[in-house]
Design a protein around this ligand. Structure first.
Ligand SMILES: Cc1ncc(COP(=O)(O)O)c(C=O)c1O
Length: 336
């Protein structure tokens, strides 16, 4: 079953948790981003300012509507879009800024809001990775015209697959509500009447039920993740070869940085420890290189950081003995 009482309850609880009027459940964070691009009427060569240091769907959603992502390099401290470089990239085609709370670190929402207002741009928050993060006493997912969360399995809470759109704007909410359900009318919802070209982006009830159960445990989950991050930090902090992530309250991943990254990942995997490079810059993805002609050197800070990142194994119930083992192997491999 879809669109039943569990979805309503999950939407209500997420909206309350984040402090927004409307929450619209969808079947992925990517679907949520796509609907936001649609509802804001971003299309055909419009430009959207965003960061290349993200998961590819934060830019793909712009391409779905034939608009163009305009990348701005990142701030090396926060790994989020460098707000001081945004204004130079604004043109008369710019429609929106799509900023991301990368690795559960909040973007600079005060400055982003100021710029968006000054240039009359829409502001979109991709908070896929940041459920539970706060920026100046407000929850991430509450900034901009609309925001999304993802509930993919590596996220703070998961539904298997799923996403949520958050907004205070009734028109955005009504449109997304209709568009996720094949363009059906929201009111007098006749099942076989379609008033716009929509999608099947519905979240199944079973996923919503998982979401409700997980959201009940959110504080416990965030604490467990913070404990895992703390242990990594304690055990690695004297090891000069590794750059640790900045201290944070909310943790999505534990991404450390080091030289000779590719060899280290390969050998970690050979030793049975799953690690990955995280993220490869979006502008250097083969599809983006081919379509837009992006090349190495276009966004040097993002590239220098990405070349050295390793996401260490990270999940709520990772035990101290397992972390000891990972750290021991990692140190051994680095020293070789
Ligand atoms: C920053 C970011 N944006 C968007 C998404 C897309 O979410 P989903 O996988 O639920 O489509 C993800 C992750 O999966 C992400 O990390």
């Amino acid at each position: 079953m879809t669109l039943g009482p569990k979805l309503k309850e999950f939407e209500k609880k997420i909206a309350q948790y984040v402090g927004k009027k409307y929450a619209i459940g969808v079947n992925s964070g990517t679907a949520g981003l796509h609907l936001i691009i649609k509802v804001l009427n971003i299309k055909d060569n419009d430009e959207v300012i965003t960061t290349p240091f993200s998961f590819v769907s934060s830019s793909n959603c712009i391409l779905y509507e034939r608009a163009r992502p305009v990348f701005v390099d990142i701030n090396p401290k926060t790994l989020n879009i460098d707000v001081s470089k945004i204004e130079k990239k604004i043109t008369n085609k710019t429609k929106a800024i799509l900023a991301i709370d990368i690795f559960a670190n909040s973007a600079d929402w005060d400055e982003l809001t100021r710029i968006a207002k000054k240039y009359n741009l829409y502001l979109i928050e991709d908070s896929a990775e940041a459920l539970g993060t706060e920026y100046k006493d407000k929850k991430c997912g509450s900034f901009g015209d609309a925001a999304i969360f993802s509930f993919y399995p590596n996220k703070q809470i998961t539904c298997g697959e799923g996403g949520m759109i958050l907004t205070d704007d009734k028109n955005i909410s009504d449109f997304c509500y209709s568009m996720r359900n094949q363009g059906r009318r929201k009111e007098n919802n006749k099942w076989l009447e379609h008033i716009r070209l929509g999608y099947n982006y519905r979240m199944p009830e079973v996923c919503a039920a998982m979401g409700i159960a997980q959201l009940k445990r959110i504080e416990e989950i965030l604490e467990k993740r913070a404990e895992v991050a703390y242990l990594y930090n304690e055990k690695l902090r004297d090891f000069q070869e590794i750059k640790l992530p900045p201290n944070a309250k909310n943790w999505f991943v534990c991404v450390v940085r080091m030289n000779d990254r590719d060899r280290i990942i390969k050998e970690m995997i050979e030793n049975g420890i799953q690690c990955s490079d995280y993220f490869q810059p979006i502008h250097l993805q083969p599809y983006y290189r081919e379509k837009f002609g992006f090349k190495k050197g276009d966004f040097p800070i993002c590239e220098q950081i990405s070349e050295r990142t390793i996401a260490l194994p990270f999940y709520n119930n990772l035990q101290e003995e397992q972390i000891d083992y990972i750290v021991e192997i990692l140190k051994k491999i680095i020293k070789q």
